[in-house]
Ligand binder design. Structure first.
Ligand SMILES: [Zn+2]
Length: 402
């Protein structure tokens, strides 16, 4: 079913909040959305005329004591609320989009993992069917293929049976499915055949990430020269930083062309390592992701990982051997954890949670609060330290707390 929401949402005014507008911070500030876009925003009190007009036609939200940010963009998310991208179920994808919207996400890329060709194609087809606005949820902005062209030596929790060498013909088939719904591909650039896949991606404007990889410094330099611009869950499932062998992690930190994903759940990466990443990459180079799986939002217990059993306990999901298997993280929590680790202020945090992802994917109408852009908004309570009070997707309130 396509989205059935009213195509012209009523105007919305959020007044009194701390407003994180691109490089500026207004406390208080205001923002008005109309027709699905940000119409105007500014410091201080909302102009009387704006308030009167919105009061008559739409909704006025009292934002005092809260922080208004661009809606979060999660480019690496496998599932949530019991649904998983590999289920190849458009309704499940919509459920996942609604779940993550309750945690401030306004756009996401459902993410597949290594699987046989027929399973991957079915998953991509389902994402294409659900792509676009989701009633009551985040916009599905395309698909992310995490594998199958990864290094089996760094499989992490991916099923080794689904991993295979990079193959240009398979890449062409997957990338051309459903008019190019695939927006991001994570692969191991050192594997034979990777260059051809990178080239196929580049030719279609698909972002390529180095992930689940043993690439060394030289291989990462070559990968960047070939067009790799993104790093999958940085420092996880790659060669760590050594002082004589900087490894994949050293290259990710040092090469300025690369934007680095981070799972800021406190299980995948130590807060000190998050701080290193923040210092090395700066505000333009960090992309917070959830890497959430279907267990996110569910009670703890056993989880099915595509036929393999894992345990969801104590805020993490692990295979029987103790390896982490995705996360149960949500981006509101990631933002809080990363804020504490990095010490960054709101404008920089907004880039990590939204702006950098939008830039990476070429979503020029998202990721920032500025007039004319999509009204994708999140309002966080308790001066930003609290829950998601409100999520707005293209001008429509999709979540309101309480
Ligand atoms: Zn993942």
């Amino acid at each position: 079913m396509p989205c059935t929401a009213d195509p012209t949402p009523p105007p919305l005014l959020i007044a009194g909040a701390t407003v994180v507008a691109a490089e500026e911070l207004w406390s208080p500030g205001w923002l008005v959305a109309a027709g699905g876009r940000i119409q105007a925003l500014g410091p201080g009190e909302a102009p009387g005329g704006v308030r009167a007009e919105v009061t008559a036609l739409g909704t006025v939200v009292d934002g005092r004591g809260s922080v208004l940010l661009p809606g979060f963009i999660d480019v690496h998310v496998h599932g949530g609320d019991g649904a998983d991208a590999m289920d190849a179920d458009p309704d499940g994808l919509r459920r996942m989009a609604r779940f993550h919207a309750r945690h401030g996400v306004t756009a996401l890329l459902p993410t597949t993992w290594s699987a046989p060709p027929s399973a991957l194609e079915a998953a991509v087809a389902a994402i294409a069917e659900a792509a676009g606005p989701v009633e009551g949820g985040a916009t599905i902005a395309g698909a992310h293929l995490e594998g199958p062209w990864i290094n089996p030596a760094r499989a992490g929790a991916q099923d080794p049976a689904g991993i295979r060498p990079p193959d240009g013909a398979e890449a062409r088939r997957l990338l051309d499915l459903r008019r190019g719904v695939v927006k991001l591909v994570a692969l191991a650039p050192e594997m034979p055949g990777a260059d051809e896949v990178i080239e196929e991606c580049r030719a279609r404007g698909v972002v390529v990430a180095a992930g689940h990889t043993e690439a060394d410094w030289g291989e990462m330099v070559a990968a960047v020269a070939a067009g790799v611009r993104h790093v999958t869950h940085t420092v996880n499932a790659m060669v760590g930083l050594g002082h004589r062998e900087p490894g994949t992690a050293g290259a990710a930190l040092a090469l300025t062309e690369l934007r680095c994903e981070l799972i800021a759940d406190g299980h995948h990466v130590h807060a000190g390592a998050m701080a290193v990443l923040a210092r090395a990459k700066g505000p333009g180079g960090v992309v917070l992701i959830s890497d959430a799986i279907r267990a996110a939002g569910l009670a703890e217990g056993e989880v099915d990982l595509g036929g393999r059993a894992a345990q969801h306990c104590c805020g993490a999901v692990r295979l029987a051997d103790g390896r982490l298997a995705g996360s149960v993280l949500t981006l509101d929590v990631a933002l809080r954890n990363f804020a504490a680790a990095s010490g960054w202020g709101w404008p920089d945090l907004a880039r990590a949670a939204a702006g950098n992802a939008a830039e990476a994917l070429g979503l020029s109408s998202k990721g920032r609060l500025a007039p004319g852009l999509d009204a994708d908004l999140v309002l966080l309570g308790e001066d930003g330290a609290g829950e998601v009070l409100l999520t707005v997707v293209e001008g429509r309130v999709v979540h309101r707390h309480g």
